[in-house]
Design a protein around this ligand. Sequence first.
Ligand code: KIV
Ligand code: NA
Length: 276
Amino acid sequence: MKKTILTLQQRKENQQKITMLTAYDYTTAKLMDESGVDCLLVGDSLGMVMLGYESTVFVTMEDMIHHSKAVAKAAKTAFVITDLPFMSYHTSVYDAVYNAGRLIKEGQAQAVKLEGGQAFCEHIKMIAQASIPVVAHIGLMPQSVLALGGYKVQGKDYQNAKNIVLDALAVEQAGAAAILLECVPAKLAKFITELVNIPTIGIGAGAGCDGQVLVYQDMLSMYDGVSSKFVKSFAPVGEQMKKAFGDYCQEVKQQQYPASIHEFAMDDEIMQNLKS
Ligand code: KIV
Ligand code: NA
């Protein structure tokens, strides 16, 4: 059965962990869906892991819609959330609602996610009022990399921690369906999770969250970028792929592949006629 926003809320109420992975293409999303993962996030991290951009700030609405459609087609049971990219909602509440609508109608997503707390409550409120479930991403917000000057753990000092707590309370009040907490101390994430009534999904936020998300290239060791402390490699898939690609090249060069079992047959008689 197709999971919905209610599935996530029920998981929190029943104290069952929510599982989420990023997904960007049909084939991988289908494997994840069949594995039973609750939720597929079409993250704007696709800018880096799928498109090779330096950061997520270059990702466009068209990029998001293109990948979201592919993931949605594969998600028979998983709930699909798609990121609003940088500058698709910052410019106005109107743009936020309009672009959230595009991710639903064109991207076939079931919910959207934006980065922001107190400063984006009006945007969250109006998206929710348009009957679009909206996830608020707080803590480390990668779309703010230019202003932050890099990616750092957030909420380590009192003022910063308090501000993140206020963000969480504000987005819940504004109507966010869930909170994504990125790179904050585990104690802070646990405190917020107990404080709010909506589910929290953590990445680099410890075990106290209602759910967890990882970028799949990180958990499969497929991506060469710097790996954070919070990432766990679940299988050396990157290495396995590289080896398979190398084996293929070697077999082609040494004329081991294709072998006769890989070839299509034809009647000798037809060949004779062709030659004459
Ligand atoms: O874009 C993304 O993959 C994300 C996750 C890191 C939460 O927002
Ligand atoms: Na993102």
